[in-house]
Design a binder for this molecule. Structure first.
Ligand code: ADP
Ligand code: MN
Ligand code: MN
Ligand code: MN
Length: 334
């Protein structure tokens, strides 16, 4: 073919939760993807009288859903004078990463999400509720899990795109699933998570199924959806004391983190359903009711990483990884 297709993907200005958009550019075979523009007045990023925003390519990978040679192009949004747009959390995250890169921060994010079929979670009965939670987590069988064909298609697409996916599993609430991205640096893990989210929405579209990152898609005795964020620095990967220091540093900035960890976090961090209340902070080994969990293996090895269990499924990973990097690295530096 004399040309290829580039799907330009960017994060919009929706409030309180940013969403993702994309459009296609056909590019001549010998050209590479360049900056492009879009109508910011349709994405809550500009006013109609001054509507142009700039798409600046930051991460490119093969498009696993089209043909050989077609690509996905994740972009950051700039103003027409090429300064970062106010909705551009990536550029802030990159500044923080550059400031603390000597600590080699790594992140692994567990993205939970829920399938919806119309107004109901996929596979739920027309009237009433499925059996109470208990058997669904990592379940198998048509009465336990719903939507595995989409999950498998998504995993395959992510791997073909070259994303660093580390695993998938069915979650505690039926129709809820998880994939993990990482470990990677704060900017890379966030870039790849946004691309993986885009692929998920796009693949489920062909099944007529929607994805929600709603942190509490069903009220009542049903688990919410989070984005547990696993974090380490070079020092933490070598010894134990920096892990405890990191947990303590996070405990000193609770309010700042909670307000940036995703809209309606207080609905999910209730103190029930494997969460610690947003009003409290504690860390502990193997404790799934803590804000920060130190995995059992990490305690045993006396080195590794910590898990911040608080971020919501609907968080912006650039914000979350930027904040954790800054809070922890600032504390261990002084
Ligand atoms: P959980 O037991 O909480 O369900 P998962 O296996 O779902 O944990 O996810 C753990 C995540 O932690 C994975 O994305 C993995 O890549 C990441 N991870 C592993 N080691 C590190 C590390 N040293 N630093 C940061 N993240 C890590
Ligand atoms: Mn997990
Ligand atoms: Mn999970
Ligand atoms: Mn977890």
């Amino acid at each position: 073919m004399s040309s290829y297709r580039a799907e330009y993907i960017w994060i919009d200005g929706s409030e309180p939760t940013q969403f993702i958009r994309s459009k296609t550019k056909v590019i001549e075979k010998n050209d590479s993807p360049s900056v492009w523009g879009f109508d910011g007045s349709s994405t809550n990023q500009a006013v109609g009288s001054d509507s142009d925003c700039v798409l600046n390519p930051v991460y490119t990978c093969p498009d696993p859903l089209r043909s050989e040679g077609d690509i996905l192009v994740l972009c950051e949004v700039l103003n027409i004078n090429m300064s970062p747009h106010s909705s551009n959390q990536r550029s802030k995250c990159l500044d923080i990463f550059n400031k603390y890169s000597i600590h080699e921060p790594w992140f692994g994010i567990e993205q939970e999400y829920t399938f919806f079929d119309g107004s109901r979670p996929l596979g739920w009965p027309l009237n009433g509720f499925p059996a109470p939670q208990g058997g669904y987590y990592c379940g198998v069988g048509a009465n336990e899990v719903f939507g595995r064909d989409i999950v498998e298609d998504h995993l395959e697409a992510c791997l073909k795109a070259g994303l660093k996916i580390s695993g998938i599993n069915a979650e505690v609430m039926p129709a809820q699933w998880e994939f993990q991205v990482g470990p990677l640096d704060p900017v890379a893990v966030s870039d790849q998570l946004w691309v993986a989210r885009w692929l998920l929405y796009r693949i489920a579209e062909d099944y007529g199924i929607t994805i929600t990152l709603d942190p509490k898609p069903v009220k009542g005795d049903w688990n919410g959806a989070g984005a547990h964020t696993n974090f380490s620095t070079k020092e933490m990967r070598e010894s134990y004391a920096p892990i405890i220091a990191g947990a303590k540093a996070l405990g000193a900035k609770v309010d700042l983190h909670i307000v940036n960890y995703g809209d309606r976090i207080e609905e999910r961090l209730t103190g029930q359903h494997e969460t610690c209340s947003y009003k409290e902070f504690r860390y502990g080994v193997s404790d799934r009711g803590a804000s920060i969990r130190i995995p059992w293996q990490v305690d045993k090895d006396q080195k590794g990483y910590l898990e911040d269990r608080r971020p919501n499924a609907n968080c912006n990973p650039y914000l979350v990884t930027g904040l954790i990097t800054e809070t922890v690295c600032e504390a261990i530096q002084t």
